[in-house]
Design a protein around this ligand. Structure first.
Ligand code: NAP
Length: 275
């Protein structure tokens, strides 16, 4: 054992590895950039926008270099709603890096057509649930099995899972019922995996962004401009993907070792009630 440890310590230090779903654009890209600046190697997953994913990888390696780190950022297309794609994504991570320190379940879609609750369809519900709820659950399962293996091999490793939920987990929008239900469900996914993995030293967190500037919110930009100006949040501005990225970095760095299953709001104070 002593010899194994000596050999391990004699090897050049390996970067930690983060797999971020939906990291080609928006919040996922913001998370990837902040982790790159901290020296994480990255798997940048995307669904269909290869050019955006390649650009994100390039920006991440540049950002890391500016911060004095040398990292690798690999891109991998996979639909997190599809079982074979999830297998391929974790397989790709294993082949590319041989370790996984952080899974960020970020990929998500908004409610298709944003239909009123009374007009919502089962077809759109199923499509959204596959990406926003089933995907994170079963990708966490795959990652968790591998993470447990890694902690058994090296007890000093403290891998983590972070789920990107939303204020929609607790604030209703009657034209996005499926989205709200999926995000509320993701809260239970966080707690379940936190309870199951705690004995292995694997903490699981939920980050709840508020209104963040991205392609997802671009179509409702004017509506939120007005709401924010009218005081929707005490911090009177749009959130940026980097705001979410910084929160993920704090959790990834193990600054909350005695905290798991917890929700971290990144929402400009949306939850503060005023009279
Ligand atoms: P976005 O700008 O629309 O970006 C979505 C990302 O997810 C893209 O990288 C996209 O890949 C990827 N993606 C979509 N479907 C996927 C699938 N089936 N498999 C793998 N990747 C997929 O969205 P965003 O605003 O950054 O949102 C990211 C996450 O934050 C979502 O979970 C969302 O619910 C949550 N969130 C957003 C806000 C907000 O205000 N923006 C607030 C709270 C929570 P391609 O580029 O290949 O299409």
């Amino acid at each position: 054992m002593f010899i194994v440890r000596v050999v391990l310590y004699a090897l050049p230090r390996m970067n930690q590895v983060a797999l971020i779903t939906g990291a080609s654009r928006g919040i996922g890209r913001g998370i990837a950039l902040e982790l790159a600046a901290e020296g994480f190697d990255l798997v940048i997953n995307y669904a269909g926008n290869q050019a955006a994913a390649a650009e994100a990888a390039k920006l991440c390696t540049e950002r890391a270099a500016t911060a004095g780190h040398t990292i690798r950022a690999e891109v991998c297309q996979a639909d997190v709603g599809q079982a074979p794609d999830r297998e391929r994504l974790t397989g790709f991570t294993r082949e590319s890096f041989g370790r996984l320190d952080l899974l960020v379940n970020n990929a998500g879609i908004t409610s298709i057509g944003r239909a009123d609750l009374l007009d919502a369809t089962e077809e759109n519900w199923d499509a959204l649930m596959a990406v926003n709820l089933k995907g994170p659950f079963f990708l966490s399962q795959l990652a968790a099995r591998w993470m447990v293996e890694q902690t058994e091999f090296d007890a000093e490793r403290r891998p983590k899972i972070i789920n990107i939920s939303s204020i929609s987990a607790h604030a209703v929008s009657t034209n996005r019922g499926d989205y709200c239900v999926a995000k509320a469900g993701l809260g239970m996914v966080t707690k379940l995996f936190a309870a199951r993995l705690a004995d292995h030293g694997i903490n699981v967190y939920e980050v709840c962004p508020g209104v963040i500037a991205s392609d997802m919110t671009a179509p409702v930009r004017e509506k939120y401009d007005k709401l924010i100006a009218d005081g929707l949040t005490p911090i009177r501005r749009w959130g940026e993907p980097s705001d979410v990225g910084k929160a993920v970095v704090a959790l990834a760095h193990d600054y909350f070792p005695f905290t798991t299953g917890e929700v971290f709001n990144v929402d400009g104070g949306f939850n503060v009630r005023k009279l």
